[in-house]
Design a protein around this ligand. Structure first.
Ligand code: ATP
Ligand code: MG
Length: 536
């Protein structure tokens, strides 16, 4: 028996060796054309014997920058439907810290059934050929799912089943949706070159329009505007506009610009993309980033005035200054500066304008672009014209209406005897909502509403006093400056007067001397004449 087994193994071994040998010879000596013919016909022959059809769904199909949504939907569908049957699973996000989201692992196969028909899903990951070795998973891996089914079910699968997968996957996506906060840090060096420059965390900012302190009328207007936008798909299509809207939020620091962005995201249930312009290399990268944002999202560029040399003038000035400096700079410093310049963002104003409303901005829809700034006057008018920034919202110092919202949120107080005084003081001072909030926030368990409001009154009075002192100092400074200017003017006038007098005197003197001179001249001429006559 054992001898028979041994004989059989040696037989199998020699057959395998022969097959390998023939295959190697075939690879080596068959001309390329033959091989391709062979491949083609072998596929046809195989088609008769192997009656299965395969459909492949790539994560990044062909020449696209954008992730294939179908791939994502299939992944969601398979996670929900097949994770019970797969043997090797991957655990992903933890939804609300309550449950794990599972999906099938790489190169794992699961079966599914649809109207009594059996089919197979396989996940694949292939790494691009790369000479460098890395311990980390390569984020440039190509991932795909392959669906295999018998060819007799072709119609059923390609129409009904795939439709069912997409519909169900989308429904699960909506149910499990967790909003994300994306940012474009320079993460190139983490796991090699990434396909997407966005990295994300879960968006968990609790700000809402209810907690946002601002004039209720203005707030209502913004909420209505956002609602109209969200429901406006058909309307935008009808008027031939890309479905996007620009908001410019401006005002002093601490007046709630960033808070409003979070409130907008929570209200609309959108993702947030916090775009850091200074780490975007150039306009092409900016475009890629834009294309790789999802629908239903808010793209925020904070402090736009600081992010970019938005005026051509500033660049020119710099260039001129550079020219002047160039001669005296030593080569090492020059090189260091050149390196620094190379690392700096080369995003230009026109690149940014294209990002906002160029042809590319219409890829996808339902996007809100928000710029925030402390200095609206510094911005280039081209950047904030209507159509780019459709709505401008000024967030300003705390008024009484805003205070009431904060008091309700922070202290649960809707009316109080100290309110009248606070209203009066708020009218006379400039305190940001951030400062007001900080003052009325209880700092210990012993502090109640009375103490907190008294704290605020003290702070407001101090602010008023400081403002008064500052105003007085400024007035004094102004007075001194004016006095100085006046003194300078007077001195100049005096100097001018003296100069005039001196000039006049000088002229008179020279006139006198000239008079003498003519006499002398005539006498000397006379003398000459006389001398001449003498000599002659
Ligand atoms: N209008 C407001 N309503 C409620 N809270 C506010 C408001 N404004 C400011 N705050 C509070 O002050 C803090 C700072 O506000 P925020 O970051 O929104 O200011 P900002 O206008 O973005 O300032 P900056 O210009 O410096 O970025 C927030 O954490 C928030 O709690
Ligand atoms: Mg801010």
């Amino acid at each position: 028996m054992m001898a028979n087994m041994g004989h059989m193994f040696s037989q199998v071994g020699s057959i395998m060796a022969s097959v390998m040998f023939v295959y190697a010879m075939f690879q080596q000596y068959f001309p390329y054309q033959f091989r391709s013919y062979f491949g083609k016909y072998s596929n046809i022959v195989l088609g008769f014997v192997y009656p299965y059809i395969r459909i492949k769904f790539d994560e990044y199909p062909g020449d696209r920058f954008k992730r294939n949504e179908v791939y994502t939907t299939i992944k969601t569908y398979l996670s929900a439907n097949s994770s019970a049957r797969a043997k090797r699973l991957k655990a992903h996000d933890i939804k609300d810290s309550k449950s794990l989201v599972l999906s099938i692992d790489d190169n794992e196969e699961v079966t599914d059934e649809f109207e009594g028909v059996k089919l197979w899903w396989t996940s694949h990951t292939s790494s691009p050929k790369n000479n460098s070795f890395s311990w980390y998973p390569n984020s440039d891996d190509k991932r795909s799912y392959t669906l295999t089914f018998h060819r007799r079910h072709r119609d059923l699968i390609t129409t009904s089943y795939l439709g069912h997968v997409l519909k169900e996957g989308k429904a699960i996506e909506v149910k499990n949706r967790q909003r994300k906060l994306y940012t474009n840090g320079s993460n190139e060096n983490w796991y090699g070159a990434k396909r997407t420059k966005w990295s994300h965390v879960l968006f968990e900012h609790p700000a809402t329009f209810d907690t946002l302190a601002m004039d209720p009328k203005k707030k209502k207007e913004i909420v209505n505007d956002l609602l109209k936008f969200k429901k406006g798909k058909e309307y935008y299509a009808k008027v031939g506009k890309a479905w996007k809207r620009g908001y410019l939020l401006y005002g002093p620091p601490g007046t709630g610009k960033s808070t409003m962005v979070s409130a907008m995201a929570n209200f609309l249930d959108y993702d947030v993309y916090d775009l850091e312009l200074t780490s975007v290399k150039d306009n092409t990268e900016l475009r890629k980033l834009l294309i790789d944002t999802s629908n239903k999202s808010i793209i925020v560029i904070e402090d736009i005035d600081c992010s970019l040399d938005l005026t051509g003038q500033r660049k020119k000035e710099k260039a001129e200054k550079k020219k002047g400096d160039e001669e005296e700079k030593d080569p090492a410093r020059k090189r260091a500066e050149e390196m620094e310049d190379a690392n700096k963002s080369k995003v230009t104003l026109s690149g940014l304008l294209n990002f906002i409303d160029g042809i590319w901005s219409a890829c996808g829809g339902e996007r809100i672009i928000v710029f925030t700034t402390n200095y609206v006057d510094k911005l280039d008018p081209a950047l904030i014209r209507r159509g780019r920034m459709d709505k401008r919202i000024e967030l300003s110092y705390c008024c009484f209406e805003s205070f009431k919202v904060l008091a309700k949120n922070y202290l649960d107080v809707e009316s109080h005897e100290l309110f009248a005084e606070i209203e009066c003081l708020l009218g006379e001072t400039k305190m940001t909502p951030a400062d007001v909030a900080e003052n009325i926030m209880p700092k210990s368990d012993d502090e109640d509403a009375d103490t907190c409001l008294t704290n605020l009154i003290e702070a407001l009075e101090k602010e008023k006093e400081d403002a008064k002192k500052k105003a007085e100092e400024e007035a004094k400074l102004k007075e001194e400056e004016e006095a100085k200017l006046k003194a300078q003017d007077e001195e100049m006038l005096k100097a001018e007067k003296e100069e005039k007098v001196e000039k006049k005197e000088g002229e008179q003197n020279s006139a006198k001397e000239n008079g003498k001179c003519t006499c002398n001249g005539t006498s000397s001429a006379k003398e000459v004449k006389e001398n001449g006559s003498v000599s002659s």
